[in-house]
Design a protein around this ligand. Structure first.
Ligand code: HEC
Length: 118
């Protein structure tokens, strides 16, 4: 009898927690990704948007700066990630200031730029 009630309680707990999980629509991976994308969009709007087109359709304010949605025409996203792996974002162009990103910022920026590629 005692064994049975333990089992019932466990089943109830499992049902409730999985119910909560589905009810909240929580997919931890997706939730993290959309947080990264929001953070990445804000970072590039603030730090890169004076020169680069940072959205899905906008042209670049600086005429030599490629819009981010076209970056993968120049190099694959892996190469971008590798180039900035040490947190320094730079192009060597005199007009582009070097931007030092934390690993979290870098992940967010790369995730956002990757999401723009067609
Ligand atoms: C003051 C203007 C300016 C700002 C701000 C700026 N950039 Fe740039 N960026 C440029 C210019 C101009 C180029 C073109 C370099 C070239 O053609 O050699 C460039 C090139 C690049 C490239 C290389 C593209 C290629 O095909 O070689 C990347 C990647 C890049 N920028 C990322 C960023 C990121 C990320 C930020 C924000 C953290 C940023 N830039 C901020 C002006 C800027």
């Amino acid at each position: 009898m005692r064994k049975l009630s333990v089992k019932l309680v466990l089943t109830a707990v499992t049902l409730v927690t999985s119910g909560l999980f589905f009810a909240s629509g929580a997919d931890p991976v997706r939730a993290q990704l959309s947080k990264d994308l929001d953070a990445g969009r804000q970072l590039v709007e603030t730090n890169c948007g004076d020169c680069h087109g940072v959205g899905e359709t906008d042209a670049s304010p600086h005429r030599s700066a490629p819009p981010f949605r076209l970056l993968s025409n120049h190099f694959p996203m892996d190469a971008l990630e590798e180039a900035f792996a040490d947190g320094r974002i730079y192009s060597g162009h005199p007009d582009m200031p070097e931007f030092i990103a934390t690993p979290e910022q870098l992940d967010a920026i790369i995730a956002y730029i990757a999401s723009l590629q067609g």
